[in-house]
Write a protein that binds this ligand. Structure first.
Ligand code: DGL
Length: 275
């Protein structure tokens, strides 16, 4: 394939469900001329409570599906899959580039609060593997990192209960497990694709000086930089195409996913695939 053919190929994005649409939204804003193909593995959501063996297998199968669509780059828009399977997915993609969401999120937190105390809120699997802790301490050995699994917040975001007393009470119930100093971080990292929807509620339960960081815009910036470096940016003048694939529940994907993407989706916009 010649270089201009490669530039015209789509970027593949995958997540365990609709959460990665928060990353897709940022990528579309940063790179409006790129064609994008998004796969949500809704049949097997959530990944966050599964074993590393299952998560790696699911992530490998989702990547294989996107490889069949001839992608030029893969974005692993799922913190759990990034934490567990990024190295294996890089191997699977061969020479083609793979970007996860953990590294860009960690970089953003360190840049916002150098030498600071960071509180990572994520799924059980992401916390268990300590992926954010490693990524932060690699960049800033003076940082302090606390990690807290908040599984129920995934369901709250899917239900659209992002604001109000219930969301606030659930977040506080999780934070009650922390000692006082961990409850007063310099930055809070939203280490799960669903949590940016609860951003306003997080902002209301922490001191206004706390920096609330998510991976979406930093991942999009990392993708833009990489495409420039590899001279792989799409040169078309039209707005890029968006294809949405899911492994189950096209109607629910459209309803809930629309909230994550910030635009209305119809059932017909979503194609069901089997992995
Ligand atoms: N997408 C997952 C993440 O960012 C959250 C949902 C799940 O557990 O599958 O970790």
């Amino acid at each position: 394939m010649n270089a201009s053919d490669a530039k015209a190929l789509p970027i593949g994005v995958f997540d365990s469900g609709v959460g990665g649409l928060t990353v897709l939204k940022a990528v579309r804003e940063a790179l409006p001329h790129e064609d994008l193909i998004y796969l949500g593995d809704t049949a097997r959501l959530p990944y966050g409570t599964k074993s590393p063996t299952s998560i790696s297998r699911y992530a490998g199968q989702a990547t294989a599906q996107l490889q069949r669509h001839d992608i030029k780059l893969l974005i692993v828009a799922c913190n759990t899959a990034s934490a567990v399977a990024l190295d294996a997915l890089r191997e699977q993609m061969g020479p083609l580039p793979v970007i996860g969401v953990v590294e860009p999120g960690a970089a953003a937190a360190v840049a916002a609060r150098p030498g600071g105390r960071h509180l990572v809120l994520a799924t059980e699997a992401t916390v268990r593997l300590g992926a954010y802790r490693r990524a932060i301490l690699d960049r800033d050995p003076l940082a302090q990192v606390d990690e807290l699994a908040c599984e129920l917040l995934v369901s709250l975001a899917e239900e659209g209960w992002n604001n109000g007393v219930i969301a606030e009470a659930v977040i506080n119930r999780y934070l009650d497990q922390l000692d006082q100093s961990s409850r007063e971080p310099d930055s809070v990292i939203l280490g799960c694709t669903h949590f940016p929807l609860l951003r306003e509620t997080f902002a209301s339960v922490f001191d206004p000086a706390v920096s609330i960081v998510d991976s979406a815009s930093t991942t999009a910036a990392a993708v833009r930089e990489l495409l420039q470096k590899l001279r792989l940016g799409n040169e078309q003048e039209m707005t890029g195409d968006l294809k949405l694939l899911a492994t189950d529940g096209a109607t629910r994907f459209a309803r809930v996913g629309g909230q994550f993407l910030g635009e209305d989706l119809a059932t017909d916009d979503v194609t069901l695939v089997d992995l």
